[in-house]
Design a protein around this ligand. Structure first.
Ligand code: SF4
Ligand code: SF4
Length: 342
């Protein structure tokens, strides 16, 4: 299918169509921040924004998620009664997701849905029931570097539809069958838009000035990178606050706990962070990542060495730049990667 055209003043047509079938989520302004929210009013949806403060990963992997509930009952066959959490009641659409955040979901699919045995049913249910309509970035932030981690401000990975903002109109490109069927009723765009989009893409990519080198990290032996003296210095300024991990669209550590009250209980999983000392603290008292050096090294080794090794070359970073913006001590992942590579 070719490109479709939608005048900006007719955006209501798209919204109405989506709202009939889906719960619509989009970035909206909340105070000084832009964040994802369920949309009740078309006027709240932002089209002119850099990126959301928090990534939309919480819509698939919530900060706190009940996995199931239970009631202890000595009369029951197993001694307890289990109550499963119902699946998502309605399908959803995420409108105006940035290409980096959509790519992050493709990477996390390989973590949460690697094979039948390790399939994460909570993640899968939400992924199956969510359509992703992306909005290309004409003006990336100065902290963005998606082009350096196998993507682009106009990247299509993980998306069902990619929209490109041409000022007074949007061009819609269907990427999956699901996406194509959503936009099939819209007006065909002239074939000349393809070259306009190409020019906009080149212009957006040229605004990203960061250059990353990763050849050595990827080709050198695991232990050679792991044991390098660089890690003895890097960790010193880090305060292990974990902000970088909570804001990161690809970080996915979690902890599972049972919360009980009387005979009732629920199993909950919460976001956790490799920056926390407790995260790897064993019941025996031993902690394999007992020092700050171990924890800081883990974050970068995981993203740029272990993940590509395990996930067919996929890097655990999509270049969104959020960790650079939030780190209180200015640790910059771009410098870390280039130094690791050196
Ligand atoms: S945000 Fe900065 S200080 Fe906080 S844990 Fe991450 S690297 Fe360390
Ligand atoms: S490591 Fe930093 S730049 Fe990379 S995806 Fe995570 S938050 Fe974004």
């Amino acid at each position: 299918m070719g490109y479709k055209l939608l005048a900006k003043q007719e955006i209501g047509k798209l919204y109405e169509k989506l709202a009939k079938q889906y719960e619509v989520y989009a970035p909206i302004k909340k105070g000084i921040e832009v964040n994802w929210s369920k949309i009740e009013d078309l006027g709240d949806i932002l089209f002119d924004f850099k990126n959301s403060s928090l990534s939309p990963k919480g819509l698939f992997f919530p900060q706190t998620e009940v996995m199931f509930e239970f009631k202890n009952d000595p009369k029951a066959e197993e001694g307890y009664i289990l109550k499963e959490v119902p699946p998502l009641p309605k399908t959803r659409v995420l409108l105006n997701i940035r290409p980096c955040d959509a790519k992050a979901f493709s990477i996390l699919d390989k973590v949460f849905m690697r094979d039948e045995d390790s399939l994460d049913v909570y993640w899968k249910d939400k992924r199956d029931k969510t359509v992703l309509i992306g909005l290309a970035c004409n003006n990336p932030c100065n902290t963005c570097f998606c082009t350096e981690v196998n993507s682009s401000p106009f990247g299509e990975d993980g998306l069902d539809v990619l929209m490109v903002d041409l000022g007074d109109k949007l061009i819609l490109k269907g990427i999956t069958d699901r996406g194509n069927s959503l936009i099939e009723d819209f007006e065909e765009a002239e074939s000349s838009v393809a070259s306009k989009i190409d020019d906009l893409k080149k212009s957006a990519e040229s605004k990203i000035k960061t250059k990353l080198s990763m050849g050595n990290i990827l080709s050198r032996e695991m232990l050679e990178v792991y044991e390098h003296s660089y890690w003895d210095r890097l960790h010193e300024s880090c305060i292990n606050c974990g902000a970088c991990t909570f804001y990161c669209p690809t970080c996915h550590c979690f902890d599972i706990q049972d919360e009980t009250k009387g005979e009732y209980g629920r199993r909950v999983r919460n976001w956790d962070t490799c920056m926390s000392w407790l995260f790897t603290h064993h019941a025996s008292g031993h902690n394999p990542r007992g020092t700050k050096k171990h924890r800081v090294r883990q974050r970068f080794m995981h993203k740029f060495k272990y993940m590509p090794f395990k996930l067919d070359g996929d890097i655990g970073c999509v270049g969104c730049g959020r960790c650079i913006q939030v780190c209180p001590v200015n640790i910059d992942v771009r410098d870390v990667v280039n130094n690791m590579n050196k």
